[in-house]
Ligand binder design. Structure first.
Ligand SMILES: *[C@@H]1O[C@H](CO)[C@@H](O)[C@H](O)[C@H]1NC(C)=O
Ligand SMILES: *[C@@H]1O[C@H](CO)[C@@H](O)[C@H](O)[C@H]1NC(C)=O
Ligand SMILES: *[C@@H]1O[C@H](CO)[C@@H](O)[C@H](O)[C@H]1NC(C)=O
Ligand SMILES: *[C@@H]1O[C@H](CO)[C@@H](O)[C@H](O)[C@H]1NC(C)=O
Ligand SMILES: *[C@@H]1O[C@H](CO)[C@@H](O)[C@H](O)[C@H]1NC(C)=O
Ligand SMILES: *[C@@H]1O[C@H](CO)[C@@H](O)[C@H](O)[C@H]1NC(C)=O
Ligand SMILES: *[C@@H]1O[C@H](CO)[C@@H](O)[C@H](O)[C@H]1NC(C)=O
Ligand SMILES: *[C@@H]1O[C@H](CO)[C@@H](O)[C@H](O)[C@H]1NC(C)=O
Length: 759
């Protein structure tokens, strides 16, 4: 019995299957509860010290030998190991008892042992909206040398977005593989790598052991990142336009780790990082989340991303879909580029016309044309099968409605779980009006005529139904309409402050993540719901999962202009050129919702100045945060880090981060934070930058010097920002900024001051 299945179920109360899959919420398996089960062997990852300079086969042997000392025999050890991570790190995954874990943890060579756990997955138009037109300036030759690695649900090689017409052979640096796989037509010069990892050994009946995408999520994210131009793409005529990725000439490598029933296992995610780093990808895009939300050393995404950063590879990850509650942001390690979702200027709405002459406008994608002027309307409660199913009938749950009462009618349901329209359709209903306040800005795709209304509108529909003897309604086919104002922070997008550190502003940036059109798998209907017969080469999805590849795409775009830039420099370029998002537009959480603001692709290529750094400041930061040598070594890959011998880092946060966050200690004392920063001139040799400070009320911000004189390219100059904040009520956040302006460039750093809750 695998631990996953046993522990997952109770926590799965997910409202909309569609949002869950594309989005990325950890199937919050409670490790504590599961750990107290019987002495069954479970999957763990053991991290070892320095990567010895031996070939990987003998490293495998080393792992088996090490493990045999806590197992009964060599053979027993060999059988228990399910994977050796030997390419970019030194670790192994094995089935262990609690006793064996304890023994192993006590060994000198072993840095730490963490349990496996399961994570979840978290347009045509969007690229024009953020300002990367088809005609944008490109460096085609270097762009075709950029390899983007995605860790996701797989890919659909037959999609037009991944045809290789006009592509030369893979760049010579590429060391990855692509085997012949089941149901997978194979790689080409566009998809140059495809692999899958399923190390827990339990078969997934709903999936295929192959990099093929049976879910659609990985095909969608890959095409947003690097898909070819495909003209006349649409979802049954909606969102019609040219679908394309940020870098249509770049190459794609897919590492499938997410499985239809099981989700995404930590052991597989780590294997994907290990392989991608070795294979030679330039960018890693991961729209998956979960894991430990505070400690960077028990979550395989920050662990893998740290190793990637050491090799010059930037990791871009989704912030999660658990907003708008505060401190819900995931993938928030400072060496990760953390992406929030914003909405663009269009919506998908259906007109609903009622027998009393009134009209309302519902949200969602319903591609069906009505054949009658009006249909009888009933509420789910009134259509209950019998007196005991009334509560369930309110939500139109399976087996709660009376088919006789539903047949030929439109049913009004309160939505608890996804698929109300499938239930109604399955017993002969002609349409569904679902009511929910949970996702006010997302258009879900429906498998039958349906639309979504909020509670206020739902109440008026209920009044109408009970005010006449023969209520009636009709749901029209969805239309695309313009929405003002935009961009706005998506309601579901996870918010800061970071649960990992009080000193770092997260999320980093916002990018389009609502109603994004991109390529889809031919292996699944649009909703995956029972009775759905809609298939499409393109579909609309929402989530920070969709926002992430927009930013990863721009990172690849920047990389195509500046192949030698470090991950920190690329991140800095993207953050300091972001467009500040308006605070008046439904963005009450401000920087905690959107970080530096909205992604601005063409400006990111020419940022003027960058905040660059290598690995060392991150180590100093981790020391400052209280990480000890052995847990640090899980990230750094070496046991030699001794925090007490490290020179102090750069001021309050030790990092040369492009944004600043100062947290009060409590609500009574004022606080002063000194941020030391160093910028590198990547603009014209002779450049003069003047500082402009925007300080919020109650906060004093000074910068020294106030002018930076550069005389050559790549020259570095330092400055110091002092932030003095008066006490603020608990939970309050006030944003300011520091902007360096030259005659050609604007380099903006948000400065956030926060009073922690119960601080
Ligand atoms: C996968 O391939 C097998 C063998 O060719 C075939 O039977 C099966 O239907 C395929 N599955 C899908 C989802 O296409
Ligand atoms: C675009 O696609 C639609 C079907 O979605 C088709 O009817 C139409 O002819 C196509 N237009 C062009 C210009 O290819
Ligand atoms: C309601 O919608 C119907 C059908 O689209 C339309 O004919 C009618 O003019 C609308 N009524 C109002 C009051 O907008
Ligand atoms: C109501 O219907 C459910 C589902 O068919 C059935 O299990 C239950 O026994 C019924 N209750 C009554 C009181 O008829
Ligand atoms: C509910 O939806 C209606 C129509 O879209 C809108 O006018 C109204 O402001 C919404 N109410 C709330 C509380 O969001
Ligand atoms: C290092 O920190 C980890 C996690 O906080 C802890 O489990 C471990 O015991 C610590 N090791 C030492 C040597 O203090
Ligand atoms: C770390 O450095 C300090 C100061 O040099 C020294 O006292 C301590 O023993 C070192 N710790 C380890 C584990 O090497
Ligand atoms: C910067 O400030 C100096 C001195 O105040 C001024 O002469 C110069 O025009 C300013 N430059 C820019 C780009 O604003």
């Amino acid at each position: 019995m695998s631990r996953s299945k046993k522990c997952v179920h109770s926590d799965l109360s997910i409202p909309w299957q569609q949002l869950v899959l594309p989005l990325l919420i950890l199937v919050s398996i409670s490790l504590v509860n599961c750990a107290t089960e019987d002495e069954e062997k479970k999957l763990y990852i053991a991290f070892l010290g320095d990567h010895p300079l031996v070939n990987s086969n003998s490293l495998d042997e080393t792992h088996i030998h090490l493990l045999s000392s806590v197992k009964e025999s060599y053979d027993d050890a060999k059988e228990s190991i399910v994977y050796s991570y030997t390419k970019s790190m030194n670790a192994f995954a094995a089935k262990l008892s609690e006793d064996e874990v304890n023994k192993l943890s006590g060994m000198d060579e072993v840095l730490s042992v963490i349990p496996n756990q399961y994570y979840k997955l978290h347009t045509t138009k969007s690229w024009d909206f953020v300002g990367l037109p088809v005609t944008a300036r490109r460096k085609l030759r270097t762009e075709s040398d950029v390899i983007v690695g995605l860790i996701d649900t797989g890919i659909s090689p037959q999609s037009e977005s991944f045809k290789d017409d006009g592509f030369g052979p893979p760049p010579t640096k590429w060391k990855g593989t692509c085997g012949p796989y089941a149901n997978f037509s194979g790689c080409n010069n566009k998809i140059i790598g495809a692999r899958y990892f399923k190390l827990d050994g339990t078969p997934d009946a709903s999936d295929i052991l192959s990099p093929v995408d049976v879910d659609g999520h990985g095909t969608h994210t890959s095409s947003t990142l690097a898909g070819n131009l495909v003209t006349n793409a649409s979802l049954f005529g909606l969102a019609r336009g040219t679908a394309r990725g940020a870098v249509p000439s770049a190459r794609v490598a897919m590492y499938k780790v997410c499985w239809a029933s099981d989700g995404c296992a930590a052991v597989d995610i780590l294997a994907a990082f290990d392989a991608a780093i070795h294979d030679g990808v330039d960018i890693i895009s991961i729209s998956i989340g979960g894991g430990g939300n505070q400690d960077y050393t028990i979550d395989t995404i920050p662990i893998g991303a740290f190793h990637a950063m050491q090799k010059g590879i930037i990791t871009v990850a989704s912030a999660g879909n658990t907003g708008p509650s505060l401190s819900s942001v995931m993938n928030h390690a400072p060496w990760i580029l953390t992406v929030a979702a914003s909405g663009i200027d269009r919506e998908f709405r259906s007109n609903v016309h009622f027998g009393n002459g009134k009209n309302i406008s519902g949200l969602g994608v319903s591609t069906f044309n009505p054949t009658q002027e009006l249909y009888p309307l009933i509420s789910g409660t009134d259509a209950a099968l019998n007196s005991t199913t009334v509560e369930e009938a309110r939500f139109c749950l399976q087996d709660s409605l009376d088919p006789v009462k539903v047949k030929g009618r439109i049913v009004h349901c309160k939505v608890l779980a996804s698929g109300a329209e499938s239930v109604v359709r399955g017993i002969g209903g002609v349409g569904t009006i679902v009511e929910s306040d949970q996702f006010p800005d997302v258009a879900f795709v429906f498998m039958a005529p349906a639309t979504l209304v909020n509670g206020t509108v739902g109440a008026s529909i209920n009044d109408y139904i009970h005010s006449t003897r023969s209520p009636s309604a009709v749901i029209y086919k969805t239309q695309e309409i313009e929405k003002e104002p935009a961009p706005f922070a998506a309601s579901f997008s996870s918010r800061g402050p970071s649960p990992g550190s009080k000193r770092i502003l997260k999320p980093d940036i916002a990018a389009p993540g609502i109603d994004i059109l991109a390529a889809y798998t031919p292996l699944k209907s649009l909703t995956g719901l029972k009775g759905d017969t809609q298939y499409s080469k393109f579909t609309i999805m929402s989530g920070t999962s969709m926002a992430c590849p927009h930013v990863a795409g721009v990172a690849a775009y920047v990389k195509s202009f500046h192949p030698d830039w470090s991950p920190a420099a690329i991140k800095s370029a993207i953050l300091t050129t972001a467009k500040p998002m308006s605070r008046r537009v439904n963005n009450n959480d401000e920087e905690f919702a959107f970080g530096s603001g909205q992604l601005s692709p063409t400006r990111a290529v020419s940022p003027g100045l960058v905040f660059d750094m290598d690995e060392m400041p991150y180590i100093q930061f981790l020391c400052h945060e209280g990480y000890n040598a052995s847990s640090l070594a899980v990230l750094v890959g070496s046991k030699r880090v001794n925090c007490s011998t490290l020179l102090p880092g750069l001021g309050y946060d030790d990092l040369n981060y492009p944004t600043m966050q100062l947290s009060l200690k409590n609500q009574r004392e004022p606080i002063t934070g000194v941020f030391r920063r160093r910028v590198t001139n990547v603009g014209p040799a002779l450049s003069i930058y003047n500082a402009t400070i925007n300080a919020p009320a109650g906060v004093e911000i000074t910068v020294r010097p106030t002018t930076l004189y550069f005389s050559r390219v790549l020259q570095e100059l330092s400055f110091t920002v002092v932030v003095k904040a008066k006490p603020m009520p608990s939970g309050q956040m006030v944003p300011g900024s520091l902007v360096w302006k030259s005659s050609r460039h604007v380099v903006r750093s948000p400065i956030v001051i926060y009073s922690p809750i119960d601080g």
